[in-house]
Design a binder for this molecule. Sequence first.
Ligand code: AMP
Ligand code: MG
Length: 346
Amino acid sequence: MTKGAFRALYQYPLMKKVFLSFLLILLPCLAACAPQGGKVSASLFAMDTYMQLDIYGSQTDLDAAEAEIQRLDRLFSSTAPESDISRINNAGTAVIDDDTLGLLSRSLELCEMTDGYLDITVYPIVERWGFISKNYSVPERGELESLLKNVDYKRVSLNSAEILPEGFKLDLGAVAKGYTADKLKGLLKSRGVGSAVLNLGGSVLAYGKKPNGEDWRVGITDPADTEKYMGVIACSDKTVVTSGDYERYFERDGKRYCHIIDPKTGYPADNGITSVTVVSDDGTKNDALSTALFVMGADKAREFIAADGSFDCVILTADKKAYITEGLTDSFTLSNTEYETAVIRG
Ligand code: AMP
Ligand code: MG
């Protein structure tokens, strides 16, 4: 049909009606046939860090994920006065949400598993160094020794009226993002989402595969040049959690003091490790372990990893060594060849 003939035909009222009805039927069909699960993204600041959410789903899925992050942040924050953790810290006990109880109980197991290198009662020390107020200063050794009397996860009792002894304070900063990644995994699954990558500031949930069926590629920041990646891990359905000395730190007299504290000495970890990345499908465990292994130092950490065998790991040191578990040898690609790689065998 020529353009002229179409115009002529269209002038008939009946044809107009038929054409409009056709459109009315066709448009909803086209909408229904459009591919579902386009990418929706959001950047937000929560849990004291920048987060990036990319979900192949709907805006409602994205909103639900954001709301869940904000809900958990409101429970776990050590600084928001009304959070579950602040209320316990202020009064020694409080009525708390099931998520807070669940994370506290899991964290205590992980403190035990790591022989106290992870210690969720380290808050008084973290606070003294200025990591809460950002008003940093180097304490006297004696002051740290006296604060350490109030640091011991074994003194936390979830089954008695008093959760914390006087002077003790909880800090879930080392585990909250990993736990949040686990909760978001459940949320995406329950909403029928098949593909997403959520970067919760160093804790990355690589959920499902990319829509084209390929693995996600998660970059590992080079602590020596944080604008760059030193390597990339290809994975799917995994959580990749990194603890790094570049994430939060201050410098005095040319020395860097990072936010990861050795709960046995009260000093920031200073053993040559610059970052630890832990990979498995258990985000909470990864987060706990990345912090604890960072404190252990490379030798003890490698022994721990080889003995445990339930997770993969990349440990980076200031002298540019990259220790990588056997399970990652196929999926890890080195981008910065200044790093000398060595395999951790179980
Ligand atoms: P992450 O970035 O997961 O390694 O966690 C570091 C955060 O956890 C710090 O900002 C502190 O709030 C807290 N933290 C520092 N050292 C420890 C430790 N050894 N055990 C438990 N929490 C810690
Ligand atoms: Mg951690």
